[in-house]
Design a protein around this ligand. Structure first.
Ligand code: NAD
Ligand code: TYD
Length: 357
């Protein structure tokens, strides 16, 4: 049985990946610090699974990581662990530097040192891969009409989050160039799907609407994101992990560019159908609020490299995937109540009460 050391596997995308990897028959060692967005409820279906080994800890804990590598000798490492929310990075950039830059480089060094060591089976050594999961936000912003991002687009990160992810991507690249460490990098567009922490647009708007609360749209709502279902992202990661060329970067997108206003109105229409209000529409709850600082206008991905080299095509279309996602939130009230704890309420209060209309 092949094994994968997954980091951040209790978060939104990491947990979807862990569930997929178990379906595919990999043993998973899941290292997660359980920060505010890490959630063991995401892994509930694996609670009795002997081939899912959960370890509570940080990627920057060199001794812990080394012990895990020596104990489990994984065939692959997939690194999801990160601070992931742009608005939080605007309030507290240091935390993003600590996890996304410093801890990621410590993690890389420890894994690289183990990979080089005699402890590692020489046959497995050749096929070993370290895949770093990153974001399209490292490329900065596009204007409407600009060509979409490719693997060749220069980095121009605009937020502390994207700057910290760009730095981590550079370290991964440097480990390949300097040490020949077998790395892969993926830069993906915005994900949506079940189990996303409700600080992000789609779950936040869905749950606010259900609670009769206002739906905050930053600025004009004309900002554009390219949306990809989380399961499609995980499939793309697996393709790159097993078939990608080492040292390469692959951009991943959903070919589903939508303005934020379109996305929010779509959520409202879906809720009007699934859970109609007695009077009016959920759209009546939309409020335009003051903009995010440094708000990127548009992201778009040209993923022809992934398509032509590895045959990737997203399976979910955005409208159906969004409807299923909204249904998931409606059906999983306990999951929702558990994440809307004191910390969450504090964040919502901090981020939204000072935004003027
Ligand atoms: P998330 O915030 O839901 O999950 C992050 C996970 O990492 C959490 O479980 C958290 O506990 C864990 N973690 C944080 N710091 C850690 C540390 N020091 N050591 C170990 N674990 C730690 O984020 P997500 O949306 O699932 O994103 C996962 C990865 O995918 C991130 O690297 C992010 O940059 C990238 N990404 C996200 C998107 C998106 O749309 N959400 C798009 C492209 C790329
Ligand atoms: P988000 O889900 O935070 O992802 P990202 O910043 O990584 O793209 O935000 C998606 C878009 O939605 C982004 O343009 C910011 C906007 N947005 C709002 O308009 N209102 C909100 O309350 C949030 C959280 C985001």
């Amino acid at each position: 049985m092949k094994s994968i050391l997954v980091t951040g596997g209790a978060g939104f995308i990491g947990s979807a990946y862990v569930l997929m990897a178990r379906r595919l028959g990999f043993r998973v060692i899941n290292l997660d610090a359980l920060t505010y967005s890490g959630n063991m409820d995401n892994l509930e279906s694996l609670s009795d699974d002997p081939h899912h080994i959960f370890v509570h800890g940080r990627i920057g804990d060199a001794q812990l990581v080394q012990d895990l590598l020596e104990k489990y000798a994984p065939d692959y490492v997939v690194n999801f662990a990160a601070e992931s929310h742009v608005d939080r990075s605007i309030v507290d950039p240091d935390t993003f530097v600590r996890t996304n830059v410093l801890e990621t480089s410590i993690f890389l060094r420890v894994v690289k040192t183990w990979w080089e060591s005699v402890h590692f089976d020489s046959i497995k050594k050749k096929d070993f891969r370290f895949l770093h999961v990153s974001t399209d936000e490292v490329f900065g912003t596009l204007q409407v009409g600009d060509a979409a991002f490719t693997e060749e687009t220069p980095f121009a990160p605009n937020s502390p989050y994207s700057a910290s992810k760009a730095a981590s991507d550079h370290f991964v690249r440097a480990f390949y160039e300097t040490y020949g460490f077998p790395t892969l990098i993926t830069n993906c567009s915005n994900n949506y799907g079940p189990r996303q922490f409700p600080e992000k647009l789609i779950p936040l708007v869905t749950l606010n609407a259900c609670a009769g609360k206002s739906l905050p749209i930053y600025g004009t709502g004309e900002n554009i994101r390219d949306w990809l279902h989380v399961e499609d992202h995980c499939e793309a990661i697996q393709l790159v992990l097993e078939k990608g060329r080492i040292g390469e970067t692959y951009v991943i997108g959903g070919n589903s560019e939508r303005t934020n206003l379109e996305v929010v109105k779509n959520i409202c229409r879906t809720l009007d159908e699934l859970r109609p209000l007695e009077n009016g529409s959920y759209e009546d709850l939309i409020h335009f609020v003051s903009d995010r600082l440094g708000h990127d206008l548009r992201y778009a991905i040209n993923c022809s490299k992934l398509q032509s080299e590895l045959g990737f095509l997203p399976k979910h279309n955005f409208e159906d995937g969004l409807k299923n996602t909204i249904q998931w939130y409606l059906q999983n009230n306990e999951w929702v109540l558990n994440v809307q704890n004191g910390d969450y309420r504090k964040w919502i209060q901090m981020n939204y009460t000072e935004r003027t209309e």
